[in-house]
Ligand binder design. Sequence first.
Ligand code: CU
Length: 322
Amino acid sequence: MRTLPTLAALVALASFAVVATSAQTLAPVTAQVSKGTVAVPPTDPATLDRLPPLPRGHIVYVRLALVDKVVEIAPGIRYRAWTFNGAVPGPVIHARVGDTIDVTLTNTASMGHSIDFHAALAPPNIAYQTIEPGTTLHFRWVATSPGAFLYHCGTPPVLAHISNGMYGAIVIDPRAGWGRHAQSFVFVQSEFYPKRAADSDEYEGDLAKMISGTAQVVTFNGDAFRYMTKPLHIAVGRPVRVFVIDAGPSHFSAFHVVGTLFQRAYVDGNPKNLLVGLQTLAIPPGGGAVAEFTVLQAGKYPFVTHAFGDADAGALGIFDAK
Ligand SMILES: [Cu+2]
């Protein structure tokens, strides 16, 4: 009797073929470190929930400055953050499958940092190396897989570098786009472990709290309850697409929109990872998802992490549907 390959084996073979084909066509990633820094404009925190327009060409130039900056992470909590471009999270990056991502990382901060793109195929010791203050790193990589991905500083202790604000979202569109037209929003969930600095009324990261995971502040896009005070407007009957990334460093997101269901969701933002009819999306630290929903009636629809200790610590906002 002939032995037929199992479905799982066929799927595994097919997946391998896809990766192998992409990998064979990719040039090796090389990186150059040079002395000196380059000027990079700061990121406006008001842009962090929006998907920026796709660049015209197929090389996406990403300029990121490593900057020490005091930012407000909750009302009255001014936090000594380590940032990309002076914002927490760093800027939203938007590209499509097949694009080359040309990265310039310039260190104007007071210590060594790095960048790790979860969307990239690259040797970490080359592309994600730590660069010292006063130096600049350049490398390129090619986007092979669509999705909602995290980027972050990977310099040890990574727990501290992420806790202190070094992360952001990179959205890679499928070649054919996302399908139906929708209002789009980007949310990066993350948690903070502040303690009062000894020398001022500012706050800084508390490593002991980071290790134990006892976060005082949890946010969407770096500022607790920011979308409670400034709700996001959506339109009744019009699809909404959310790109949600969980930067952690340690807490999972249980992303949920009260009063609706996700008609569809893609694990890690890849349309082939389709889920339907979801109440709550499980997103691990270092993971992402795309979810789509449509509300049928005007009203106020809270969005939360359904891990309510974290919602009460600030990961709570409002969609105002009209
Ligand atoms: Cu860092």
